[in-house]
Every structure is written in C-alpha cells, then in structure tokens.
Design a protein around this ligand. Structure first.
Ligand code: GTP
Length: 288
C-alpha cells in the first residue's frame, strides 16, 4: 500500500518477476488491485495484493472495499515515497490504513519502507532520514509495532528488506536456522546460505569464523544466478548446479530441497569438493 508512484509495482517486479531496476521506468500506474500468487518455500502460497495508489482507488479501499482489502491480512507493507511533496497526505493514508487494519486484522505485521533512498547520497543523512520517519511512524502506529527500512531498487536494501519480510511468514524458521548452523559447523564451512528457489531471496544463513560478508553480496549472487538460470532455460538446458574453485575458496550452489538452493563456501584447501558435495547430499533429508 502507498501513494501512486511510490514504487510498489517496481519492487514487486524486481523481487518476483526478474525485472531490472531500469525496466521499472516503463511501468504504468496500477489499475485498482493487482493480485499475484507466488508458490513459495514449496507449499506456501504468497498472495500479493498490489494496490494502485491513485486517489480514486484509495477512497474505494478505505470504504466500499475495506473488508476485502484489510480482512485476513498477514503483512501490510506500506511504501513511503521519499520524493513526495505531500508527506502529510502520505501519513494520513497510513493512519487510515492502520485504522482499518486494527479493526479487521489486528494480528497483522506491519512493515514500512522509506523508499527511493538512493535519492540521498550521504550515508549519514540517509540514516537520519530513516530515523526521523521511524520515530514519526512508531508514534502513530497504535497497537502495531512496525519495522522500518530505507529501501531502493538500485541497491541491496530492497532485497534485504524483502528477505526479512517474507521469511517472517515461514513457520519453522527457527528449526531451519538451527539445522543450517549445525551443518556449517560439522562441515567446517566458511559460510552456508539457503536461497528460496523461485525468488532467490535469502532464507537463512550461517557463518563459520570468517569476517561478515559485504551486504551487497547476496543480492549480487541472487541476480547472477537468476540471469544464469534464465540463460540456461533459453538454451533448453535446465540450471542444475555451479561449482567454482579458486586458490582461497571453493563455492558450490546446488539445488537442495524442493524449495531451496544451498550455497556452501569452504576456505580450507584440504577439503575436497567431492566431500562437500557428499555432505550436502547427506544433509538434504534434515531439511525436508
Ligand atoms: P501506482 O501503480 O500508481 O500505485 O504506483 P507504484 O507505487 O506502483 O509506482 P511504480 O512502481 O510504478 O514506480 C513509479 C516510478 O518510481 C517508476 O518510474 C520507477 O522506476 C520509480 N522507482 C521505483 N522505485 C524506485 C527507487 O527505489 N528509486 C528511484 N529513484 N526510483 C524508483
């Protein structure tokens, strides 16, 4: 939900439909509500309602269609447009949406994206702007405790925020995380990451003793793999797995469970790739 032009369809197209950031320039305004369903983590269906933000639709959502739009909501993602010249009306819309949500879906989670943060270049100023939105949002959110992120389609921030949003919906995440950490420890891996198969969003990750990776890295891996997978599909050869060995590390990306790919990085030159592959094979049954 958010005002027209805030960037809702752009973000949906990037995460769920393989658009690039520049492809979004040719998107038109969303007419009423666009529904899409993504088969997710095997048996979960993620139903996304992209609500067009033009005035004529907003009135309708908050009145005649209120029960349809705000009933049974698991997650409300409200997109604030950093470029707006009418911040008050954005906050008014936010207040109206939260009021309807409080009546019809009191247990929903709320995420607020302060979007187009790329318009500010100075990192400190970025932080200050997001902080000031956050305190204004928290003050007006009543029973809800929204998470607030600064996002942009031009860098990793959007990918990171969506990974966090979507995976609050996965019911057995604590078990998956525990299993992954154990796998990382037992195999002496430097890093292990699970990616969701359809979107290549990060499901969860476990680190060995090395330094924390750069935050852009997972988005870069995800985009490269999606492009490579599309290129394989164009050639009629389904993408299976990738294995890269350099002097300092070995990297595997393999289909893992029905709904995930696994990335395993080992930094110990004595660990033979065949051993890592066998370990991945052996671990599979613990994740299904
Ligand atoms: P409605 O469908 O009318 O509700 O609009 P919307 O919220 O779906 O907006 P849309 O996704 O169509 O994006 C509007 C414009 O904003 C497009 O030209 C996008 O390229 C641009 N845009 C989206 N996200 C970003 C961003 O993170 N940074 C910048 N600079 N531009 C963005």
């Amino acid at each position: 939900m958010g005002r027209s032009g805030a960037g809702k369809t752009s973000m949906r197209s990037l995460i769920f439909a393989n658009f690039t950031a520049s492809d979004t320039r040719r998107l038109g305004a969303t007419i009423d509500v666009e529904h899409s369903t993504v088969q997710f983590m095997g048996n979960l269906s993620l139903n996304i309602w992209d609500c067009g933000g033009q005035h004529k639709y907003l009135d309708n959502y908050l009145n005649e269609q209120k029960e349809n739009i705000f009933g049974n909501v698991e997650v409300l993602i409200f997109v604030f447009d950093l470029e707006t010249n009418d911040r008050d009306s954005e906050y008014t819309l936010y207040d109206d949406c939260l009021q309807s949500l409080a009546q019809l879906s009191r247990d929903a989670k709320v995420y607020c994206l302060v979007h187009k943060i790329d318009k500010i270049t100075d990192p400190e100023q970025k932080r200050n702007v997001v902080d000031s939105y956050e305190s204004a949002i928290l003050q007006r959110s009543g029973v809800f405790q929204p998470h607030v992120y600064g996002t942009s389609i031009w860098d990793h921030t959007l990918y990171k925020a969506w990974s966090q949003i979507v995976f609050t919906l996965v019911p057995n995440m604590a078990t998956i995380q525990g299993n992954l950490e154990r796998f990382c420890e037992l195999t002496d891996a430097a890093e292990v990451v699970l990616f969701e198969r359809a979107t290549f969003l990060v499901v969860c990750r476990a680190m060995g003793s090395g330094p924390d990776p750069h935050p852009d890295r997972y988005m870069a891996v995800s985009q490269s793999i999606k492009q490579y997978r599309d290129a394989c599909a164009d050639q009629g050869t389904p993408f299976r797995s990738t294995h890269i060995r350099t002097r300092s590390y070995t990297l595997f990306i393999e289909p893992f469970t029905k709904s995930t790919y696994i990335l395993v990085i080992t930094a110990d030159p004595d660990v033979e790739p065949a051993v890592t592959k066998a370990n991945i094979e052996a671990a599979r049954s613990h994740f299904t």
